[in-house]
Every structure is written in C-alpha cells, then in structure tokens.
Design a protein around this ligand. Structure first.
Ligand SMILES: [Zn+2]
Length: 277
C-alpha cells in the first residue's frame, strides 16, 4: 500500500439496503477507501457473486479486507475441530481473494491451558499448511492472525511477529484496541503505540510498517481483557494518540474501524490522521 486507508468492519450502517455491493458504493460516498468483508458467522459472498464484488470495488476504488469466522481454534483438543478451522480459513481466503480482497484476518486459537510454546508450534504448523495450499492455488491474499483481546486467546504481538517471520504470506493483523484491553488498560499512549510500531519494524523491517492491517475501536475491558466494543466517545481508547503515532511512523496499509457506529468512528480516525500528515 502507498498510503494509510480507512474503512469499516463490514457494510457501513447508513447503507440501504445493506448489501455488500451497496456497502462498497457507500464507503466511497462517505469518503472512506476500504471495507472489511465480515465473514465472521459464515462466508456471505457466494462464488457466483464474487465477480460483481470485484468489479464494484475496482469501480469505486475501494480496497477490501476480510475477517474470518469467529468460531475457530487451530489448537482445539479435537482433531476434527482443528481440521475444520483450517478448512474455514481456506474457504474464507478463497472467497475473499475472488472478491479482490488484499488481506484476511482471524482469531487463530485458544491456549486451552497448554504451554504457550507448544501452542505456537501447533498454530504454526496449520498456518504453514494454509499458506502452502493458497500458494499452490496462486492465491496471494495476506494471511493474518490477529492480535487478540483476551489472555486465554493465542495472538500476542510477539507470537504474531514470529509467525510472520517464519511463514511466507503471513503478516500480523494489529488490533490496537485488543492490545489495550488484553493488558487491562495498558498500551494507550503515543509512546506505547510507537513502541508497538518499533517492534514490528524490528521484526519485519520497513515492509512490516508499509503493509499493515490494523483494527481499532472503542473498547470495554477488565482483568480478563476485552469485554465489548464501544464507540470512541464512550471508551478510554486514545485513538488520537494512535493516529499521531501511525502518521509519525509512516505506517501504510488499511485501518478498519470496529466501533459499533462503524463509519462514524472510521471517519473520526481518518480526520484525525489527516491533520497529522
Ligand atoms: Zn477480530
């Protein structure tokens, strides 16, 4: 990406009726440049519909990202569920790629009270399989395990950076609000956001900074991490400090807003960011 683009997690709320195609046009009308396909319950675009989505995104100049299903666990104690998770990620990646999407993120696993290094190996093996399979199909979508909001979920910054170093086509999805919630209120200052960006650059070089899939939202949390998403106005998440850090560091890629008011907060971030560049 040549710049930092802003978009909504799913079809903007003001879209009538709320279809993917209308959502892409609405994103452009709102002055946004991206939209995330929310395949969080199922893949909502059929194979037959994908050419129309691709055409719409190209016509409107909107970049697409994708969020894979919620109910997945590459570290399930049951083999069947681990295999199903791999298949779900593959299915979503194929549909998203056919729509012309650039990147797919997902919550990779739960620790299931196992040692973290053991879980890391299990997740890595599955992601390697997924990456290989997609490359065989000439599917170049970025595969992005997400920085997760709860301590029992796999997906710390360190784990994601290591996976990105070790597996081709894998890069992190940095959810700054999850990071803030996961550590019960930490990671909410300019300095801390800059620190995160420095870690990414150290591990992945400039290409890590210029190829970012970011999530941000207002968020409510407690000692166990994330509770729910909120709008920025009702949350302590300092999106202004985040925008300043992203601008100062020269981050490029796509910022997806997951606040409940989707485009409202996406536009707030965009406006704040544009003041800084
Ligand atoms: Zn997510």
């Amino acid at each position: 990406m040549h710049q930092l683009l802003f978009g909504t997690a799913g079809i903007p709320l003001s879209t009538i009726p709320r279809t993917t195609l209308n959502g892409i046009s609405m994103a452009r009308e709102l002055g946004l440049s991206a939209m995330e396909l929310e395949f969080v319950h199922s893949v909502t675009v059929s194979e037959a519909q994908t050419p129309a989505v691709r055409k719409a995104k190209e016509k409107e100049g909107i970049e697409l990202t994708c969020h894979g299903q919620y109910y997945m666990n590459l570290n399930s104690l049951e083999k069947q569920k681990r295999d199903d998770t791999v298949q779900r990620i593959l299915r979503a990646s194929r549909a998203a790629w056919m729509c012309g999407a650039w990147s797919i993120c997902f919550h990779a696993a739960y620790y299931m009270e196992k040692p973290k290094d053991e879980v890391y190996k299990v997740v890595k093996e599955s992601l390697q399989k997924i990456s290989e399979e997609l490359r065989n199909e000439k599917n170049n979508i970025w595969i992005r395990p997400e920085l997760t909001g709860k301590g029992k979920q796999f997906g710390t910054l360190e784990e994601l950076l290591q996976l990105s170093q070790e597996i081709e086509q894998v890069m992190p999805c940095i959810d700054f609000s999850h990071c803030h919630a996961r550590f019960n209120g930490k990671f909410n200052t300019y300095k801390e956001f800059m620190w995160i960006l420095e870690q990414i650059e150290k591990a992945l070089g400039k290409k890590g900074i210029e190829n970012m899939h970011i999530h941000a939202a207002g968020i409510d949390y407690g000692p166990n991490g994330e509770k729910s998403h909120k709008i920025f106005r009702e949350s302590d998440f300092d999106y202004k400090a985040l925008m300043k850090a992203l601008a100062d560091f020269g981050a490029k890629g796509i910022v997806i807003c997951e606040s409940p008011n989707l485009e409202g907060d996406a536009l707030l971030m965009k406006k704040e960011y544009e003041k800084r560049i």
